[in-house]
Structures are given as C-alpha cells and as structure tokens.
Design a protein around this ligand. Structure first.
Ligand code: URP
Ligand code: ZN
Ligand code: ZN
Length: 474
C-alpha cells in the first residue's frame, strides 16, 4: 500500500491469529486490512490497543435467526436483533439456516430467507441449508444448483418429526455432498429412542422440563453419532457432527478418526457451562430456559468437552443460538402455558456470550491457548464453510473484522445483552473479559458500551467450497 490513506489504524495491538501472536499496528482501508507492522502512518481515525489482545472477529457457524417454525412458536431474534447481539459479543459473521419445510422447495426457502435478512443484518452473513425433504428434484437440481451458487453446507437431522431423515435419505444427501464438494452437518440423536422414552415418561406423569434430559440420554446421541459416522464411511464423504454434548459421542468421533475417517465435530457453550441440573432439580418450570437438544450433561462430560477443545478433537465452537423467550406464548410457554417437556421449544440463546465465555474460561482460565481460541471461533469455521481467508483471520487483504479484548470483571446480566430474548442461561456468571471494541469491515459496531452498527450494513457472502475437506485422489 503506497500513499493510499488509511481509514483506521489500531496501534500497538497484541495480534493473535490461529498460528501466531505478535505486536503490530493494524492499518485498515476500504474495510480491509491494508497494512500490518510497526510505526504505520497516521489514519483518519486511530485506536490505541496497547496491552490489549486483538483477535479476528468471531464467525458463528451455527445459529438460528428468524427461522420459520410451526405456530405458535416464533424465534425471538430476527436478523436485526440477532446480529446486533452478535456484534456486541465480538462476532462479525453469522451463518444461520435457510430451512426447507417438508413438501416445500429448498430454493423457495433460500429466497424467503434472503427477504428476512435483507436490510436488517448489522454484520456479514452466509446461509447454511436445512434439508428436510430430499425429493428427487431437490437431490438432482435444487441442491447442486444451490451449492454452485454459494450455499455449500447443509444440516440434516436424525430426530424431530418435522425434520428427520431416514438412513436412506441421509445416504442420498451425503452422495450429493460428495459429488458436489459440500459439507453436511448432522444433528445426531436417535428419534425412535427419544419417542419411546418420552411416551413412558409422559405416561408416568414425568412432564417437568428436567425430564427433557431423561428423554435424550447420552446413549441416544452416541448411537446416532455412530450411525452418522457409518453412513459417512459408506458414502466416503466427510461430515460434521454438530453440538456434541459429552463423552460417549466424543468416543465415537475419536474411534472414527483412528480409523482414518473424516469426521469433524462442533461443540457449544452449553456443554461447558450448563448441566442437566439447570433444567431443574424439582418440577419448577424455570428449567425450561435450558431445554435444548442434546441436553447439557454433567461435570464429568464438561471436562471431556474441554479436553476435546484443547486437543483438536473439535473443529469449531458455535453458539447454536436458538432464541425463544421464557415468558412468551411464542416461546418457552407455548400458547401461554407451562407445557409438558416434549412441547417446550428446544434451544437457548448464546450469540453474544459465546466468545466472552470461551475467552474468559478457556484462554484466561488456562485451558486453551489464544491460538486455539481463534482457530475454534473464527479461522476453522471460516475455512470449513468457504469464507477463508476473507473471514476468520488477521492478514493483509482480509476483511477488517476484529475484536479488541478488555480484561475486566464482567457480571453477565440479560439486561446488558442485546438480543430480543428475555433471559440468558448465564445470568449472574462472572467473566474475566469482554470485547472493548468490535470492528466489522473497518467500522466500530460495538464500542464497549453501546451498539454502534446499523441494520443493513451486513452483507450476504456466498460461500466457496469448504476448505477443510481432505483432498481427494481421483
Ligand atoms: O435445541 C436445539 N439445539 N435447538 C436448535 C435446533 C438444533 O437442533 O440445533
Ligand atoms: Zn441440531
Ligand atoms: Zn441448532
């Protein structure tokens, strides 16, 4: 860069990438990183980051925003409130899901989802697909066309009546992923086991939120994880197991890796910071706040998840933000009622707290290097879903998406968060850090106190081929 003006210079940053930590000034022009080095020329604006670590803006590769779901349920966050919340917690790219309903076209679902996002997103976004009805037309035309157009990843479900696929349908979808170089994300829980356990629990009058965990024990996840691995092996295509909750699923993934299979894995904050006890120790309905699938497990399983984050078992750390307010007829109290656990919408909010939780307890708590933190929360999701090197790193030419961290005592309170959900499962938790600034394509969108971004400033980004796929020998 010779002579061109810098819009913003961040001075004396302790820059952390997935590979390195070094001290430098960061020069930004036209929303991109233009210069990295010492003693950069003055910028139109300047920020001093002396003593502060600067990481790439987070890429949250699993979150749900304004996803159409059966009435009376409705997600509390749309693209405006969800991306505002993301920005205030250091996330500058989100990848929510354009979901196909059974009987509907996948292309129509994508078009509808673009309408929901347009003019509302404050940070950049891409789309995953959810494939719930892999008809011959979807498999032969719609999916290949969408992959070509930049929707290179899709989620499939082994549970939930309105979403689940049979094993044969899973094989069909995996074959398309193999033929066209896409990434398949698998929600691995055994639907029939859950239905069987649920029926028995309800017949016994055990309907409080805490029985949600009893209806989906670890073995239910372990079996489906193993089955997903076997189906992936049969088709010879990589998959990613999403929201892995504990030891028995981790064992399956380690076993698959030992066999040389390309099985990638994701976990989420709820499996580090919540346990099944958060669904309630008695029949109190308040535990509905923490109903999500798979359910949080116990302290021993949390330790297994921490180990997998540190040792490379997990590829990405996502929020699985699924926003339903507690005191809401469209949320955790469907129709205004305290319902049996099987009717409580699944999911918890977490877009804004994902990075601060992992930075505080992982990096500052001595469990993860800052490089591994960056890899899990930004670099790997960007690579996996075809957004790298534009997103997910601090390098010349990359988008200037940055977090300047401030180490301070933080008291998590929902009143201070920016989503539209009426609670956080982490209320009252003390953290050691929070973003002092979040910068999205060179613009400060969170200044440490207020959201300074604007709905509509976020751009849709078409994804390239996933670049963590192993090379194939023809
Ligand atoms: O409980 C969850 N995880 N809800 C969100 C939807 C999903 O399966 O990820
Ligand atoms: Zn899921
Ligand atoms: Zn999810």
């Amino acid at each position: 860069m010779s002579g061109a003006a810098l819009d913003l210079v961040i001075r004396n940053a302790r820059v952390a990438t997935a590979a390195d930590v070094f001290t430098a000034d960061i020069g930004i022009a036209g929303g991109r990183i233009a210069l990295l080095g010492g003693g950069l020329p003055a910028g139109a604006a300047e920020l001093d980051a002396a003593g502060r670590t600067v990481t790439p803006g987070g890429v949250d590769s699993h979150c749900h925003l304004d996803q159409p779901i059966p009435a009376p349920m409705r997600m509390a966050d749309d693209f405006e409130t969800g991306t505002r919340s993301a920005a205030c917690g250091g996330t500058t790219t989100v990848i929510p899901f354009a979901a196909q309903a059974k009987g509907e076209s996948l292309v129509a679902a994508v078009e509808d989802y673009h309408r929901r996002a347009a003019g509302r997103a404050a940070v950049d976004y891409a789309f995953h697909l959810i494939v719930s009805d892999p008809t011959p037309r979807v498999l032969a035309d719609e999916l290949p066309g969408l992959i070509r157009d930049g929707y290179t990843s899709f989620k499939i479900y082994l549970t939930y009546d309105d979403l689940k696929l049979t094993d044969g349908q899973v094989l069909d979808v995996l074959a398309v992923a193999r033929a066209h170089g896409a990434m398949t994300m698998v929600h691995a829980e055994n639907a029939d086991c859950i239905a069987w356990l649920t029926k028995r629990l309800v017949e016994a009058g055990q309907t409080a939120p805490r029985f949600h965990a009893a209806s989906r024990p670890m073995v239910v996840e372990r079996e489906a994880t193993h089955r997903a691995i076997a189906l992936s092996e049969l088709v010879d295509v990589p998959i990613l197991i999403v929201h892995v909750s504990g030891g028995e699923a981790v064992e399956q993934i380690r076993w698959a890796r030992d066999r040389g299979l390309s099985i990638l894995a994701e976990t989420c904050p709820q499996y580090l910071f919540l346990t099944a006890d958060d669904l309630g120790l008695d029949d109190d309905y308040a535990g509905a706040r923490c109903v999500c699938s798979p359910p949080p497990r116990d302290a021993a399983n949390q330790e297994v998840i921490w180990r997998g984050l540190a040792d490379g078992l997990f590829t990405v750390f996502s929020s699985d933000h699924a926003p339903f307010s507690y005191d809401d007829p469209a949320g955790k109290k469907p129709g205004g009622n305290e319902v049996s656990f099987e009717h409580i919408p699944n999911g918890i909010p977490g877009l804004e707290t994902r990075l601060p939780l992992l930075y505080s307890e992982g990096v500052l708590g001595g469990r993860l290097t800052v490089n591994r933190f960056v890899e899990l929360t930004a670099t790997n999701p960007a690579k996996l879903y075809g957004l790298y090197p534009r997103k997910g790193t601090i390098a010349i030419g990359a988008d200037a998406d940055l977090v300047i961290w401030e180490e301070r005592d933080v008291h998590v309170q929902n009143a201070n968060l920016h989503h539209a959900v009426d609670y956080t499962p982490y209320e009252g938790r003390r953290l050691k850090a929070w973003p002092a600034k979040t910068i999205s394509r060179g613009k400060v969108v969170w200044d440490g106190k207020t959201f300074t971004g604007r709905p509509g400033d976020g751009e849709f980004i078409a994804c390239s081929a996933p670049s963590l796929l192993p090379r194939r020998v023809p």
